[in-house]
Ligand binder design. Structure first.
Ligand SMILES: *Cc1c(COP(=O)(O)O)cnc(C)c1O
Length: 369
């Protein structure tokens, strides 16, 4: 094709000058990290944008997830899904807990609420469901189950920044919600992430965990902490990106609508349903080759796209339950839907600067393979 490569995603960038203006104060203040002015400003702006009570910023989403598990003092077993990025399962394991894998729904790939209760034992302390691509979990049913069994809920909302469910910000559900601000996400700070939550008591604990466990009010080290602070340069990138976010999401929406218009009626291809109660951020566009031989078709399409310098992604494959770290601990997973989907799914390029013409090229290849 002779054209430059198209990847599954491409980070958004503000105008260079906008970022330079944003960071120029730092040469005077010389406060480069440890909750400086940019950090405080981004935290306030995100509290408003996400319409939540509290936001705690982190160096990345993964450390935020580990901090959430620690702050809620979880123990024993956590019910989660294996159809996710490595981070969700690894955070549970690195905190010394056991992930218990529940299967996902075949239409939108989120946790199957009808199966959660089968996995609850006296050792279960929490559920960590994952909002997948831009599909949201059944937050109401999950809350009912958690109330009934006195379990905590931490949502992995790495894919779902800015989404809402029946008009309520997705950051308001569960005990804590984690958003990732990695460069490839809908909203980013290069590397970064945050936790949102209602319980004010968590503010200090989380501040301490991300700062080596040091108490914010004394010189004591009350927790076994880590270093998970967001720097001023990262916060400044977030302030810039947030200004343009609504425009980025509109562009993503147009891309997704164009894909859907070309692929919706194709037999053998399943697209996630559009639900009227969800306000989407259009973070990813997955298609499922929903036939017995779907895995072979998926692989053939992937290869054909790559020949044209278009790099789709087999995401999420493998399942995290197949990782060596789980096998070594003899952690079993009976997850037939997750396995079926993981073998047949392909995430197509979707980012604000993707040309609409390229979508035609991609769809032509899919429809002709
Ligand atoms: C990106 C991602 C994470 C981890 O976020 P980082 O900011 O990269 O640490 C966790 N879970 C899911 C589902 C993700 O996509």
């Amino acid at each position: 094709m002779g054209k430059s490569s198209i990847f599954v995603t491409e980070p958004t960038m503000p105008e260079m000058q906008e970022y330079i203006t944003e960071i120029s104060d730092l040469w005077n203040s010389r406060q480069l990290t440890n909750s400086g002015r940019k950090h405080i400003e981004l935290q306030q702006k995100l509290t408003e944008y996400l319409n939540v009570k509290n936001v705690s910023l982190f160096a990345n989403g993964h450390l935020a997830l580990e901090a959430a598990i620690q702050a809620l003092k979880l123990s024993g077993e956590i019910i989660t899904t294996p159809f996710t990025f490595a981070s969700t399962t690894q955070a549970i394991l690195r905190c010394g807990l056991k992930p218990v894998f529940c299967d996902i729904k075949s239409d939108d790939y989120t946790i199957d609420c009808n199966k959660i209760e089968n996995y609850i034992t006296e050792n279960t302390s929490a559920i960590i469901p994952v909002h997948v691509f831009s599909n949201l979990c059944d937050v109401e049913k999950i809350q009912e189950i958690a109330n009934k069994h006195k379990l905590k809920i931490i949502y992995d909302a790495a894919h779902s920044f800015g989404e809402s469910y029946n008009g309520t910000s997705i950051g308001q559900f569960g005990d804590i919600t984690m958003f990732s601000f990695h460069a490839t996400k809908v909203f980013h700070t290069v590397e970064g992430g945050c936790l949102t939550f209602s319980d004010k008591k968590l503010v200090n604990i989380l501040d301490e965990i991300k700062q080596f466990g040091q108490s914010s009010t004394s010189s004591l080290f009350a927790h076994l902490g880590t270093n998970a602070k967001m720097s001023e340069f990262h916060a400044a990138m977030g302030i810039c990106n947030l200004r343009h976010l609504n425009d980025y999401i509109t562009k993503r929406k147009n891309i997704v609508l164009k894909y859907r218009s070309r692929l919706t009626k194709k037999p053998g291809i399943h697209l996630s349903p559009i639900k009227k109660e969800i306000e989407y951020n259009y973070s990813y566009f997955p298609i499922l080759f929903n036939t017995n031989e779907g895995g072979n078709i998926r692989d053939a399409v992937y290869t054909e796209l790559a020949k044209n310098n278009i790099y789709a992604k087999k995401y999420f494959s493998p399942l995290t339950s197949d990782f060596k770290c789980c096998k070594k601990m003899n952690i079993k997973a009976f997850v037939p839907n997750a396995r079926y989907i993981s073998e047949r799914i392909l995430v197509l390029p979707c980012y604000p600067d993707l040309d609409l013409e390229n979508i035609d090229t991609i769809c032509d290849i899919i429809l002709n393979t």
